[in-house]
Design a protein around this ligand. Structure first.
Ligand code: NIG
Ligand code: FE
Length: 398
């Protein structure tokens, strides 16, 4: 049996509805890619007593982190747009003038697959260096068949190149390409591209941008109907810039997640709770576009909506390469507790991706773990541009 025991002063199991599910003086039995037993060292069953041990002493062990919303694959960058916003233009104005997402589309279409991979790998490595074990990567900077497929293949190649799990999300309904009407784009490009990408095994979930500068709920519903017919789960960029009906639509389709949700209402929160849909908070985008509307955190709490936290790493609205900083921002900008922020990048992030085998430290879960040089888990969200990772275990491999 390829098994061993790890011990540490503190294990934040993240198995409880509130708090960290802390085990002091804890032990984890790793057997192959999974955990076989978790508990206080003093209760370690005799059958495991002779296994090799690795003691991490005063450190803290958490589940490996999960970044459940990224756009890691893209060509070019949007530093010029950043400069424009600093002289007064808004994110929405730049998008309506043909900049924004559409400018990244041009750069992504012209980039080779090898160039896209080479540009994305350091981004993935930055997340791995922060203890991340699962990353979701979206398409959506192609808006044509070939480029959407190229982006999704690149995302799959990222997962093959590193010890990390990459889940792919088809985001064909991200923006309306130049010189096209939204309805005809959905019917003649987006939906056929979704079918082709699914046929090639490139799609784990389907997303859209439901917004005045994106697509209407009715247009997104057409894409979701196809996703449903293909047996694919859905998620949605909803209520980011305005109250536009996306969150209600996501709940109606029992989406895995509704993301951004700054303009969601208390009724939206109730609908998400009833549907079992996760609210994914993206404070990096809130910060970058200098949004002032805070997501309805109190309503999410009151209704028991699980809240995940992610980077939304993308070249425009969230050039944020740090999941730990996303956690810090979720606390400082949205007033999450550090325990909620950590649940948001572990247990609830797993759920936002439809994963049931990670995001918690418990028997039969994958042995995806992060070992931190901190003496309380609150330090993870507290530090700003601090990365106290000591080691990461992925699939049982240290
Ligand atoms: O999650 N809101 C739409 N999509 C991205 C932005 C992408 C971009 O600006 O390039 C987001 O914020
Ligand atoms: Fe996004």
């Amino acid at each position: 049996m390829n098994a061993y025991v790890i011990t540490a002063d503190r294990i934040a199991t993240m198995t409880k509805a509130e708090g960290y599910g802390l085990i002091m003086g804890g032990a984890i039995v790793v057997d192959g890619a999974q955990m076989a037993w978790v508990g206080p060292l003093e209760a370690l069953p005799a059958s495991y007593a002779a296994l090799p041990r690795r003691d991490f002493g005063p450190r803290t062990i958490t589940p490996a982190l999960i970044d459940c919303h990224t756009h890691l694959v893209y060509g070019g960058n949007r530093a010029g747009e950043f400069e424009m916003r600093l002289t007064g233009a808004t994110y929405e104005e730049i998008a309506r003038a043909g900049g924004g997402i559409i400018s990244t589309v041009t750069a992504t279409r012209t980039a080779s697959e090898a160039a896209l991979l080479a540009a994305a790998l350091p981004r993935l490595d930055a997340l791995i260096a922060q203890g991340v074990g699962v990353v979701e990567v979206k398409s959506g900077y192609g808006l044509d068949l070939d480029t959407e497929l190229k982006m999704l293949r690149t995302a799959r190649a990222l997962g093959a190149a590193r010890a990390v799990r990459v889940l792919t999300t088809f985001l064909g309904a991200h923006a309306v390409p130049d010189c096209m009407a939204a309805d005809s784009y959905i019917d003649t490009i987006c939906i056929p591209a979704l079918r082709a990408a699914h046929a090639q095994g490139l799609v784990d979930a389907v997303d859209g941008f439901c917004e005045g500068i994106g697509f209407t709920p009715a247009q997104i519903a057409r894409v979701f109907d196809v996703a449903r017919a293909l047996g694919l789960p859905v998620k949605l960029h909803a209520e980011q810039l305005s109250a536009f009906g996306g969150t209600a639509l996501a709940a109606q389709y029992r989406a895995l997640s509704a993301d951004h949700v700054e303009y969601a209402s208390a009724d939206d929160a109730a609908a998400l709770a009833a549907a079992g849909t996760v609210a994914v908070l993206l404070p990096g985008a809130f910060y970058t576009i200098r949004e002032t509307q805070i997501p309805p955190i109190a309503a999410f709490r009151a209704h028991g909506v699980p809240m995940a936290v992610a980077t939304d790493w993308n070249p425009g609205s969230s050039p944020l390469g740090s999941i730990l900083l996303a956690m810090n921002m979720a606390c400082t900008l949205f007033r999450l507790t550090p325990a909620e922020a950590l649940a948001g990048t572990t247990r609830h992030a797993a759920r936002a991706l439809g994963l049931t085998d990670c995001g918690q430290i418990a028997a039969n879960m994958r042995a995806d773990l992060a070992i931190w040089d901190v003496t309380s888990p609150a330090e993870l969200a507290y530090g700003i541009a601090v990365t106290p990772l000591h080691a990461r275990i992925f699939g049982g491999v240290l």
